[in-house]
Design a protein around this ligand. Structure first.
Ligand SMILES: [Zn+2]
Ligand SMILES: [Zn+2]
Length: 555
């Protein structure tokens, strides 16, 4: 075994949902697997996306040879524009993934300078000291690969996202043989997707939703609206096939839906018969039972086509009594409120709404492997080291437990999180320190000048004087303030001083006391009053000007 150390450093996605990114290093060569984003949680108001802190890569920029993508989901490619802006290295990905990447880079004006290299499952390529073999896997998106990486001290396998779907709609099969071959030859380490480790059994095939879709198509007497992720190519294909069989024209509403369908059509994943597609503006020209509208916005995003249609505010997509709306997607944790609000609006329009409520046959199936599939891959690969990836801490932990229980198939199980350096050499594997990781928030600068000035002013406040968040809990039903207000601060210098926080809290209490019930019911007004009073107090006592953002919690 050659002397030297192999380092694997996750820069995101281990211990958090999304933002998948992992560096692999031997000597002077670093390759990066995936560069994903994370959608911001509700508390990060005004932030569009969150990307991983890549200072580790920037500090070693001369050694970074390439970024290799497993598939085209945002949590794997969404950080590319920001990463390539700082570090323009070659990007390797399959044909379909590259098509998404091209669109994305084009939007950011980065396409001309990007070095995009197409890879194919089963065709090995070399980057620095590494030889990489992409292995075809199945997932909710098409053209996805796992990566077998040949390093000087052995092969490591990164599964990417996957489920073992024996009947994918594109008939491009999961290459179980490749995993088995590697298992026979010996694998140093397996890094496996943990997303669905809490689910027993097997994840159903993409074809499993066909029964429910057929039922919906045969029962629906009026307009049929189908929403799914624009990247759910299997789902879009199914809907288009069934629309054709049932004599319905198809309209694509929403930019992401039409772009994604176009890519899938160009690359031969979806076959759209001539004359089937109609322009959204022509929906009203057809009888309601002759139209199927594919529409984007499954997560209740306020500006999405479906959200607007739900409140009768979409130019072309009008939802009327007895129309049917299908949400063929999962409810992403954190989005429940927005999604159910949208579903409520759809019910108010007296539409039939079909969403993933656990009933059978399913209207949606997951794209990630359940326990039995995870075990199957572990059994085939029989790695010396097993490392769970892609998951929150609880999921990584449960995945580690699952692997630990598989005596005979796994040598040892290692738990690492984003930032940990996992080191392999002739003596074995161990954690060997940490690198800086974190979340970088990015907002779009598409707003007008005035707002931009505001943003800059806010940023200046933040960097110089920190932030103060008075949090007030108001009972939604009675309008009463519940309990004493809380004040949270970050980077604000006034904090440690004696009784300061107590006094600040009293300022907020006082403002609430002297405000009328009507003022308290209007959150805009009450927030502004609190901000003004607190600002006066803080400036007087600390001569600092932190950003003050009152938060009203409805309980
Ligand atoms: Zn994925
Ligand atoms: Zn993912």
């Amino acid at each position: 075994m050659p002397a030297g150390k192999l380092q694997v450093v996750p820069l995101g996605g281990l211990g958090e949902f999304g933002m998948n990114c992992m560096a692999v290093r031997w000597g002077e060569d670093i390759i990066v697997i995936d560069a994903g984003l994370m959608f911001p949680e509700a508390e990060l108001l005004g932030v569009d996306i969150v990307v991983p802190d890549i200072s580790f890569l920037l500090e070693n920029r001369s050694q970074v040879r390439a970024i290799i993508l497993t598939h085209g989901h945002e949590d794997h490619i969404g950080a590319l524009p920001s990463v390539l802006t700082e570090l323009n290295v070659p990007v390797y990905a399959t044909e379909f993934t590259l098509a998404y990447v091209e669109n994305k880079l084009e939007e950011h004006g980065l396409l001309d300078d990007a070095q995009l290299i197409e890879i194919e499952p089963g065709k090995r390529f070399t980057v620095g000291v590494f030889t990489i073999n992409p292995i075809r896997v199945t997932h909710s998106l098409v053209d996805c690969v796992a990566l077998a990486i040949h390093t000087p001290i052995g092969v490591i396998i990164h599964t990417g996202d996957f489920k073992v779907d024996p009947t994918p709609t594109d008939n491009r099969l999961f290459d179980l043989h490749a995993f088995a071959e590697y298992g026979k030859e010996g694998v140093l380490a397996l890094f496996q997707d943990s997303t669905n480790v809490e689910r027993p059994g097997y994840t159903p095939s993409e074809r499993a939703v066909r029964r429910k879709f057929e039922e919906v198509f045969s029962m629906t007497e009026r307009r049929l609206f189908i929403a799914c992720f624009s990247s759910s190519i299997h789902r879009i294909k199914l809907a288009i096939d069934l629309a054709w069989e049932n004599g319905r024209k198809v309209a694509l509403v929403g930019r992401s839906m039409s772009e994604s369908t176009e890519i899938a059509q160009d690359l031969g994943y979806i076959d759209i018969p001539d004359g089937l597609l109609i322009h959204p503006g022509d929906i009203k020209k057809y009888p309601p039972n002759k139209v199927c509208v594919m529409i984007s916005g499954t997560q209740g995003e306020p500006m999405s086509a479906l959200s607007r249609a739900a409140v009768d505010n979409h130019k072309h997509a009008k939802i009327e009594k007895d129309d049917t709306v299908v949400l063929s997607s999962r409810i992403i944790p954190g989005n429940e409120k927005g999604i159910y609000r949208m579903i409520d609006h759809l019910f108010r329009r007296e539409a039939h709404v079909i969403y993933d409520d656990g009933s059978n046959p399913p209207i949606h199936v997951s794209g990630h492997a359940s326990q039995e599939e995870l075990k199957l891959i572990i059994n085939l690969v029989k790695p010396r080291y097993f490392i769970p990836i892609h998951g929150e801490y609880r999921q990584l932990k449960r995945h580690a437990e699952l692997a630990t229980s598989m005596h005979g198939a796994v040598g040892s199980v290692m738990m690492i999180e984003s930032g940990d350096i996992l080191e392999f050499d002739e003596l074995g594997a161990r954690k060997a320190g940490r690198v800086n990781v974190g979340r970088v928030c990015i907002d779009s600068n598409s707003m007008g000048d005035v707002v931009e000035e505001l943003i800059i002013r806010d940023r200046r406040h933040l960097s110089e004087d920190g932030i103060v968040l008075p949090i007030i809990a108001i009972n939604k039903l009675t309008g009463r303030v519940e309990g004493p207000p809380e004040i949270v601060t970050r980077g604000f210098a006034g904090v440690g001083e004696n009784g300061f926080m107590e006094d600040a809290r009293n300022v907020v209490v006082n403002t609430l006391d002297i405000s009328s019930a009507e003022e308290k019911a209007d959150y805009g007004v009450i927030k502004e009053k609190i901000r003004q009073d607190l600002k006066r107090f803080i400036v007087k006592n600390t001569s600092r000007r932190p950003l003050i953002m009152p938060v009203i919690l409805e309980i």
